[in-house]
Design a protein around this ligand. Structure first.
Ligand code: TMP
Length: 394
């Protein structure tokens, strides 16, 4: 019998995508962010899933193409898929604003994107996009019109879908016998190493280990044949699947290496999550201490990048507008609004103002890109505050 064991309670949290038009709304939605470990499948997930319609609607703010790092990563990946697999058809689950799928205009390219504002963008780009949630019924509809796919790709989406068995079954049903499925999502091993508890929020229903992915996908007939470690989104895995029945594709040695590494970390054992939980509580104490000390000295502190991840940190640590004056962000749909739960104003990024010496690195996953861009700030003594891997002024 599968046992789901609670190992960390991160308190009450809002919908991360719900950037507020007014600072103090009276009807903000909150849910309990608790983390559980399934001792049978080894899956780590949220205990309480938030209704998909609350999260993925026609006001969805995140644009995958907002970051240069991500634009380059998707363009590079598209070239590599073209070269290695020479697909004649490709389906993307969670096509966002088309940053990846637009590289496949010469073949049959189909998007699935339940956020209607985003699906409109890619449909306008002449990429046929279904503005519905991915499930078996949609997959049947798509196959009826498009036949089976050579490649199915999904980045930062499968971890958002609650019914994983149905999700993978629908993927398997939609692939050619020689087709491949590529999934890209944050890595649980990296979360444990970096104590990046902010990978858990409403949308991230799961953070996958390779161990858990193997356990779940074998039930539907999919087999992992390759894994690439990525720096994106604070440490992700790109996992390649084939059908079990397809023995033309060789299984790379790195699959067993990853599994062995996870076993050594104890990713299959509850003790590891209990230890993680202790470290997260320590991390909160230390981060709040840093903010309190700076505020006592009267230092203005701003936030850099109002990411979804930062919502978990701010709400868990109760860092509201009394600690952070405002956030700077480059995403137009976030500018002029307030952070969910903590009600911090978000301003348009036009460089860091000269009176600011401290900036909380909300977008820590883009640290390299940001440090390159903010050479001037750093040169004049400006400092970033980060909570990853432990709270520190950088
Ligand atoms: P994401 O981690 O969910 O992709 O969100 C990144 C957010 O950070 C997005 O709103 C854009 C913002 N950002 C900046 O404001 N400046 C930057 O230099 C970078 C890289 C991101």
């Amino acid at each position: 019998m599968a046992k789901k064991i609670n190992f960390l309670n991160l308190g009450k949290h809002p919908i991360t995508n719900n950037f507020l038009k007014v600072q103090n709304p009276n009807n903000e939605f909150f849910y309990n962010l608790d983390l559980i470990f399934n001792s049978e499948t080894k899956l780590v997930s949220l205990k309480n899933f938030v209704s998909p319609k609350r999260m993925f609607n026609d006001k969805y703010a995140h644009r995958a193409s907002a970051s240069k790092t991500m634009r380059l990563a998707y363009s590079k990946l598209a070239k590599s898929i073209e070269k290695k697999f020479k697909p004649k058809s490709i389906l993307e689950i969670g096509s966002n604003d088309g940053v990846f799928i637009k590289h496949f205009m010469k073949i049959n390219n189909i998007g699935v994107e339940p956020c209607k504002n985003l699906a409109r963008i890619t449909n306008k780009m002449k990429i046929k996009t279904y503005d519905e949630f991915w499930n078996i019924s949609l997959s049947k509809k798509i196959i009826k019109h498009n036949k089976f796919f050579d490649v199915i790709y999904s980045a930062n989406t499968i971890s958002h879908i609650h019914n994983l068995d149905e999700t993978f079954q629908a993927v398997n049903n939609s692939l050619n016998n020689n087709g491949i499925f590529i999934l890209e999502d944050p890595s649980l091993a990296e979360v444990l190493k970096n104590r990046s508890y902010d990978q858990f929020y409403d949308e991230h229903a799961y953070v996958f280990s390779i161990t858990a992915l193997k356990n779940i996908t074998k039930k539907v007939g999919l087999q992992i044949f390759n894994i690439e470690k990525l720096k994106t989104h604070g440490g992700s895995n790109r996992v390649y699947f084939k059908k079990f029945s397809n023995d033309k594709i060789k299984i790379s040695n790195n699959v067993s290496k990853h599994l062995k590494n996870e076993k050594q970390m104890g990713i299959h054992k509850l003790d590891v999550y209990r230890k993680f939980s202790k470290n997260v509580k320590r991390s909160k104490k230390k981060l709040v201490e840093i903010f309190r000390k700076l505020k006592k000295k009267g230092e203005p502190i701003i936030g850099y990048g109002a990411t979804y991840k930062s919502s978990t940190v701010l709400n868990y640590c109760n860092l509201n507008h009394e600690f952070i004056d405002y956030f700077l962000d480059t995403t137009p749909t976030k500018v002029g609004k307030f952070t969910p739960g903590t009600h911090i104003p978000i301003m348009k990024y036009n460089g860091i103002p000269s009176n600011v010496r401290f900036a909380f690195l909300g977008a820590w996953n883009f640290k390299e890109e940001i440090f390159k861009k903010e050479k001037e700030f750093i040169k004049r003594g400006g400092k970033f505050i980060s909570h990853v891997p432990y709270p520190k002024i950088l």
